[in-house]
Design a protein around this ligand. Structure first.
Ligand code: ZN
Length: 78
């Protein structure tokens, strides 16, 4: 994250003091279908527009969330 200021959004802070990063599904520019705020310091995350089922899934299988991020399915937006 050593880039010059790109669309500086207010960054949320986690309870642990780390920064939260926002990832969103980016196949539809008009509307973010889902967004996830992740703190990589403690692994906490918060979902937006996520069903309870999906949140449970991410809780039990965090690797899935990581995979979605690394594969580019979820794009970093904040
Ligand atoms: Zn945290």
């Amino acid at each position: 994250m050593v880039k010059t200021k790109t669309k500086a959004k207010k960054r949320e802070k986690c309870n642990c003091g780390g920064f939260k990063y926002t990832y969103a599904k980016a196949n539809d520019a008009r509307k973010e279908l889902l967004a996830v705020h992740v703190c990589f310091k403690c692994g906490r995350f918060k979902g937006e527009s996520l069903s309870e089922e999906v949140i449970q899934l991410f809780c039990t299988e965090p690797e899935l969330l990581m995979h979605m991020i690394h594969s580019g399915y979820l794009k970093r937006v904040g």
